[in-house]
Write a protein that binds this ligand. Structure first.
Ligand code: SF4
Length: 641
């Protein structure tokens, strides 16, 4: 294994030959370099896309902070080298290394991948290969790191099961400590790798695929998933934290321009709106909020320790944060004498949102983004995002009137049962918005319609529906391109191939692992990047393994089908999801569940956590019943109120 000094010597020979050498040198403000020999457990956190994107990933920032707070462990970082750097690294025999110590990843105890989206899968394989770590979990021995993945896409871990020793399901802040505590015993109690993996599998929220065996029916669907070891969970329930821990504030300050050169503070986690297409909204329940004073103090500390001039207040739905007005006022006051741009993503379409952003006047970017997602009442009922056209028109008109010249509206095509009339309505609505804008602000107003295509995701009410076909997607996009020819309306869309790739990767079973491996071997990587799109490579990989991509993308699911991911749960019951799907077909909406708890399954699963954390921070109702253990002592049923 190369030493850090040997790697640095080799880097000196190549860094001036690549684009943006600053991606590969580390040494940024707030990076943490700990003494290698003093740490019992060394963790390499990997974001499998380029530095410019990965360095801003919030999940990895949290884990970096959590691990480096421990006296007995260290965390370092690695990202995907761009193709120029990768070619030179391979030519020079430089393995993937961590930026802090320049040590090869193969020398760490734990390599943790963040996989927020599926198009990173081939990059994860590529990075394992570049690191000299066997790609397949079954080929790793005692001398290799444990390779773990977490992030939203791993709520269906099966397509990547062959390459990861384990997956973290759900939130990482607490489980990372449980994992490190087990890894501390790897040279004593768990010297045999299988014993170590079994100990990991017994940690709540950790899924170790080798201890689960799916059985298939003749039609290729899942018959059942067998558990191969005693004492492990089936289903594996996601981990959550009862209370959001203090947010990280010592952000890495990159030495080069990156996508998000900013500090961020997560103000809430989870969402109670229940939009049926929304993967994040379904799998991150329950809603937990931070206090205003905690957010302001964290923002102050983050800006002080980084010098960033931009602050993002993160959540899935900013307007739903209970104290949003108080927070905006407090942030405005705190930074009143400073040049700081504050962004509030995911605002609801209502005048209050404009007031909020207006209060940050002078701190705003040039555009205003809203997400109606659909343009007919029928479709909005189906997806459970009910906003009237009048609200959209009134809100956008007011935004233009108050001086914003650019509005971005997000829509999705391909929702269940969508027709060309529903798509035509998107074009009509955009035309109305800009016509109304011109009345109050003149011809300078602009509109950007961002139209992506819906992918039915696991663990959502739409997991039973099929993805729109390529032909349908193209016909709908052609309609929009034809209708939206106004020079002040910009239209952007997602290529159907990208939608289908995301669809089969997110809904795949274990057999997809060989497709992923073959696609990577034949050159697929950076799948989210237009210049690297290789859809034909993927189709060839399916053919090589005798699989049909349509089985995963376009097959309507039986009501009673066992999904490849059913032995993993985000704690929202499948029965609830199916009822919600049925309600969707009948055009029934569900209101915000803070107003009316629908008993989705979160509370019974996390009753003890909720009971120990009563009050406002958590937006599900309080649990007043006795603990399960107390109940079983007295032989009484558990009641959730
Ligand atoms: S338990 Fe009730 S309030 Fe909590 S997330 Fe589920 S439906 Fe919403």
């Amino acid at each position: 294994m190369l030493t850090p000094e040997q790697i640095e010597t080799k880097l000196d020979r190549i860094l001036l030959k690549v684009q943006k050498p600053g991606r590969y040198v580390g040494g940024e403000l707030n990076s943490v370099v700990k003494d290698w020999d003093s740490a019992d457990v060394r963790v390499a956190l990997v974001f499998p896309d380029i530095y410019d994107i990965g360095v801003s990933n919030v999940g990895l920032k949290i884990l970096y902070d959590q691990v480096n707070q421990r006296g007995d462990a260290l965390a370092e970082r690695a990202y995907a080298p761009w193709t120029d750097m990768e070619a030179l690294m391979r030519a020079e025999g430089i393995p993937l290394y961590a930026l802090e110590s320049k040590r090869p990843l193969s020398g760490f105890d734990l390599v943790g991948f963040s996989l927020p989206y599926e198009t990173l899968y081939t990059n994860a394989l590529n990075l394992l290969d570049l690191a000299g770590i066997p790609l397949r979990a079954g080929e790793r021995g005692a001398e290799h790191p444990i390779v773990i993945a977490g992030g939203h896409s791993t709520i269906n871990p099966e397509p990547m099961h062959a390459f990861m020793d384990a997956f973290v399901i759900g939130e990482g802040e607490e489980v990372i400590h449980d994992i490190i505590n087990v890894l501390k015993l790897r040279n004593t109690q768990y010297a045999v790798r299988d014993d170590l993996l079994l100990a990991l599998a017994k940690i709540p929220g950790v899924y170790v695929p080798r201890f689960y065996q799916p059985h298939y029916m003749d039609d290729g669907t899942i018959a059942r998933v067998e558990t191969l070891a005693e004492g492990i969970a089936n289903p594996v329930v996601k981990r959550i934290v009862a209370k959001l821990p203090p947010p990280p504030t010592k952000f890495i300050v990159p030495n080069i321009e990156v996508v998000h050169n900013r500090a961020s503070v997560e103000i809430t986690r989870g969402c109670t709106r229940g939009c049926r297409y929304c993967h994040a909204g379904m799998i991150t329940r329950p809603v937990r909020e931070r206090r205003v004073d905690e957010i302001v103090a964290a923002a102050r500390e983050a800006v002080r320790s980084t010098g960033f001039e931009e602050l993002a207040l993160l959540s899935l739905s900013s307007s739903d944060y209970t104290h949003i007005e108080e927070l905006v006022a407090a942030i405005g006051e705190e930074f009143k004498d400073e040049k700081l741009t504050v962004s509030l993503p995911s605002l609801r379409i209502e005048s209050v949102s404009i007031d909020l952003v207006d209060k940050l006047r002078g701190r705003r970017g040039s555009g205003f983004t809203l997400a109606p997602e659909a343009a007919t009442e029928r479709m909005r009922r189906i997806i459970n995002k009910f906003i009237s056209d009048e609200d959209i028109i009134n809100t956008t008109r007011e935004i233009y009137r108050r001086g914003w010249t650019n509005i971005k509206l997000y829509f999705m095509i391909g929702h269940p049962s969508e027709t060309l009339e529903d798509v035509q309505a998107i074009a009509d609505l955009c035309k109305r918005v800009i016509a109304e804008g011109r009345k109050v602000a003149g011809m300078k107003v602009k509109l950007h319609a961002g139209v992506s295509t819906f992918v039915p995701k696991p663990q959502t009410p739409f997991q039973w529906v099929s993805c729109d076909t390529r032909e349908n997607i193209l016909a709908k996009q052609a309609l929009l391109k034809r209708e939206l020819r106004d020079r002040n309306i910009k239209l952007s869309w997602t290529k159907p191939e990208d939608t289908l790739l995301e669809s089969f990767l997110s809904r795949g079973d274990r057999r997809l692992a060989e497709v992923i491996f073959t696609a990577w071997k034949n050159g697929a990587k950076f799948d989210a990047w237009e210049e690297h799109r290789r859809f034909e490579t993927w189709m060839s990989a399916f053919a090589e393994h005798g699989l049909d991509p349509a089985f995963y993308t376009h097959r309507p699911r039986r009501a009673d089908e066992i999904f490849a991911w059913d032995h993993i749960t985000a704690a929202v019951r499948k029965k609830y999801l199916f009822q919600d799907f049925r309600r969707s077909l009948e055009g029934h909406i569900r209101v915000d569940c803070r107003l009316n708890c629908y008993a989705c399954g979160i509370l019974p699963t996390f009753a003890d956590l909720r009971r120990d954390n009563p009050g406002e921070g958590w937006k599900c109702p309080d649990v007043k019943s006795p603990r399960k253990a107390d109940v079983s002592d007295r032989g009484q049923p558990l009641a959730i109120r």
